[in-house]
Design a protein around this ligand. Structure first.
Ligand code: MOS
Length: 746
């Protein structure tokens, strides 16, 4: 639509519109909504990884002070017993976990009882009084041991593509190539650890109605799940989740505390809150354990001759969880021969979960580590190797890209980082006791758009409210939607209220896959554009209207008024138009989706080039990341301030993956042992140094209506490889299993 309008907010750095609510403590999270008589639930976690409960004695717990009820598989009062009813919008194929269904135990930490009491402490105290006897069966959470039992998932997960068919003859080309290598890579299991632990407050409204405050990335996904599992009509289930204290995937699927809270609420006809402990956050929601084998070959000129990437990933016994792990290796570089494969193996663990850039984070770590190794083998600078193999089109899908400014990322990132200062040989840069290393890697993520509906409502007093059911998990959704709306009608940002995180709002998919900005943003803009047409029609019809014959192409919406572009003194203010209409408000609802022909003819991706500097204390083996430059091509950047935060957050998670995060399994118990933030390390402020973000200019008129590609995930992809590659450059030690802890460097 070619409407000339003064753009004042979109593209400009604007602080978060919800910032004051957050820093003043007024923003309420799922477990902070209160009613006078809300009961509290405490989840009892099982002690074994596999087997069955032979006896569960709750008498003592039930007799404890202030305890109202104890629910176990023997007394489970509510909820469907049909697995298909538990399938949420983003569930992988299989039978979702059904809490307290029967005596079977499938994973360590499985919830086996819910104690409901007048207060949280009483419920927690009573949990210690439950006596449970188990019959244990042999279990394994060892992907390496179960690799021989790997299988190709018979049904694909929606949105996840199986690896493309091989192209060329990757094995033949590999065998005859002058430079080649094949290695295994692995990343420790990482658990989601958002600041806000999972919790659900279920308010029992009577008449079969529930209002639920859930920690979720999709209020309507939670609503659909609860309605389906408990046989309620969706209109009677309202899910309100305005703020989410971090998620990045852990809030995509409904978690078991939601089921338990709703079950207890319906059974007791009371409001019930169930929150998980930090320890229990380690019972679900983890990046899958994945073993990669990458084979790369090139000529003496560095041109790739063969790319082979195989990955085996762990999943649960009951679901075939899938990610795009290896597909990136077939499209990131130009290469005539490629062979990719991906399989799963069953573990006695909970189903893995999406975690920021699921699949890409793992697969690109393996590929970009291997590319670095190839650079040394071919004696070519690692950046130069990437440039020599630059993919102008997506060879895997045989499509052009909607846009791809990765070359600019390489160039601008290298310049900002001062890559030219790098000495080619490992261990060739040092300062005092510190070995210094420079490493780099490429990042890639899908630029997705999903059908999303938004409503815009302009009140007579001039306030504009825009609304869609998506979530803001801290990423800045409230802010960018407000910016888009303010610009669309040419009104101040302060006059706009954005509403998200409510199942009663217009339909939106879960907030994930980095698609919310492009999708919800486009929907809000479309709805506001319809208001513009209506406002102009009203203005034209006004008596002695200065805009009597004006059409949409020739007016601007700026400074709170509609004006003729060629003669701005001919104007009608929005307030005047609203007064003339006599209406209390104008309202429009629109659905945005990507042009189907774009998906058919093009590939759409965001890209990045990540450069990292490390210092490794030669005697102590301590590695520190001292600088990161992340240069990102993600189409139109709606807000460089919140956008930059997205990239910094991704880089920090990538540094955590490279150096810190590691869930340590006891393979005899099939249980992760370090279930707290004291022993499961995440980067602290002292671990994070200078992170420099560059957004390169990337115009894209196809990917989404505003040219937006999304920023939530690209910041993490490639970061761990850049750090690992820098550590090799510093030390000459190639560590192919993350995290790179001191023991691996000494
Ligand atoms: Mo993202 S892992 O889709 O929240």
């Amino acid at each position: 639509m070619s409407i000339a309008a003064a753009k004042s907010h979109v593209g400009a750095a604007r602080p978060r519109v919800d910032g004051p609510l957050k820093v003043s403590g007024l923003a309420r999270y799922a477990a902070e909504f209160a009613t006078d008589d809300c009961l509290c639930g405490y989840v009892v976690s099982g002690a074994i990884a596999k087997g069955r409960i032979t006896k569960i004695d709750c008498a003592e717990a039930l007799a404890a002070p202030r305890v109202i009820a104890v629910f176990t598989h023997e007394t489970r009062p509510q909820g469907s017993t049909s697995a298909s009813k538990y399938r949420d919008q983003v569930a992988p194929p299989g039978d979702p976990f059904m809490p307290l269904l029967n005596e079977r135990i499938f994973f360590s930490g499985q919830p086996v009882a819910l104690i409901v009491a007048e207060d949280y402490e009483s419920a927690r105290d009573a949990a210690s009084l439950i006596n449970i006897a188990y019959e244990e069966e042999a279990a394994s959470i060892d992907v390496a041991a179960r690799k021989s039992a790997a299988y190709t998932p018979p049904k694909k997960r929606s949105g996840i593509e199986p690896p493309p068919k091989p192209r060329g003859d990757a094995e033949g080309a590999f065998a005859s190539a002058p430079v080649r290598l094949e290695n295994q890579y692995r990343v420790a299991v990482e658990f989601h650890n958002p600041m806000e632990m999972h919790g659900s407050t279920v308010i029992y409204e009577g008449d079969g109605k529930l209002t639920i405050h859930d920690k979720t990335q999709g209020a309507q996904n939670t609503q659909g799940y609860v309605a389906s599992v408990f046989g309620l009509s969706p209109e009677n289930v309202r899910v309100i989740s305005p703020f989410v204290g971090g998620a990045f995937g852990s809030g995509l699927r409904p978690q078991y505390q939601l089921f338990l809270a709703v079950m207890a609420s319906l059974a007791l006809e009371r409001s019930v809150r169930v929150t998980l402990t930090r320890d229990q956050m380690f019972t679900f929601g983890y990046r899958p354990d994945t073993i990669h084998t990458v084979g790369l070959a090139c000529g003496h000129d560095g041109r790739l001759l063969s790319v082979m990437h195989d990955a085996v990933a762990g999943t649960s016994a009951f679901e075939d969880y899938q990610e795009n792990v290896v597909n990136w290796s077939g499209l990131l570089y130009a290469c005539p021969n490629a062979k990719l494969s991906y399989s799963l193996t069953k573990l006695d663990a909970y189903t893995p979960a999406d975690m920021r850039a699921p699949g890409a984070t793992l697969g690109v770590f393996a590929l970009e580590s291997a590319m670095d190794e190839l650079a040394y083998a071919a004696r070519i600078d690692p950046l130069e190797l990437r440039l020599r193999n630059y993919a102008e089109r997506d060879a895997a899908a045989d499509k052009d890209f909607t846009s791809k400014a990765l070359r600019d990322c390489y160039e601008q990132g290298a310049r900002r980082f001062n890559w030219a200062k790098r000495q080619p040989d490992p261990r060739s840069m040092r300062e005092g006791r510190d070995l210094i290393g420079y490493g780099m890697a490429t990042g890639v993520w899908e630029a997705l758009m999903r059908p999303t509906t938004a409503r815009a409502r302009l009140a007579a007093g001039g306030r504009l409210e825009v609304a869609t059911a998506t979530a803001d998990i801290g990423t800045g959704t409230y802010t960018i939607l407000s910016q888009i709306a303010a610009d669309a009608l040419g009104i101040p940002l302060e006059r706009v209220t954005a509403l998200v995180g409510d199942s009663a709002l217009p339909k939106s998919p879960v907030e994930g896959g980095s698609w919310a900005a492009a999708s919800a943003g486009a929907a809000v803009q479309l709805a506001c554009f319809r208001l513009r047409r209506e406002l102009l029609a009203i203005a034209r019809a006004m008596e002695n209207s200065p805009l009597a014959n004006a059409d949409l192409q020739h007016v601007t919406f700026a400074d709170g008024a509609i004006a003729l572009a060629a003669e701005p003194s001919r104007r009608v203010s929005i307030l005047e138009a609203m007064r003339a209409s006599g209406a209390e408000f104008l309202e429009a609802e629109e659905t945005a989706k990507r042009d189907a022909s774009v998906d058919k003819s093009y590939s759409a991706y965001t890209h990045s080039a990540v450069f990292a500097e490390v210092r490794v204390d030669e005697q102590l083996g301590v590695a520190r990341v001292t600088r990161v430059v992340s240069a990102v091509a993600a189409g139109k950047i709606l807000n460089p301030l919140t956008g930059r935060s997205q990239i910094i957050g991704g880089v920090v998670m990538g540094i955590g993956m490279a150096l810190h995060e590691e869930a340590l399994p006891d393979l005899r118990l099939s249980r992760f042992m370090n279930r707290n933030l004291g022993e499961y390390h995440i980067p602290a402020h002292a671990d994070i140094c200078d992170i420099d973000v560059i957004f390169v200019d990337e115009r894209d008129d196809k990917v989404s209506p505003m040219g937006v590609k999304g920023l939530g995930e690209i910041g993490i992809v490639g970061t761990a490889a850049a750090v690992a590659n820098a550590i090799f450059h510093a030390t000459g030690k190639r560590v192919r299993e993350l995290p790179i802890t001191i023991d691996k460097l000494l």
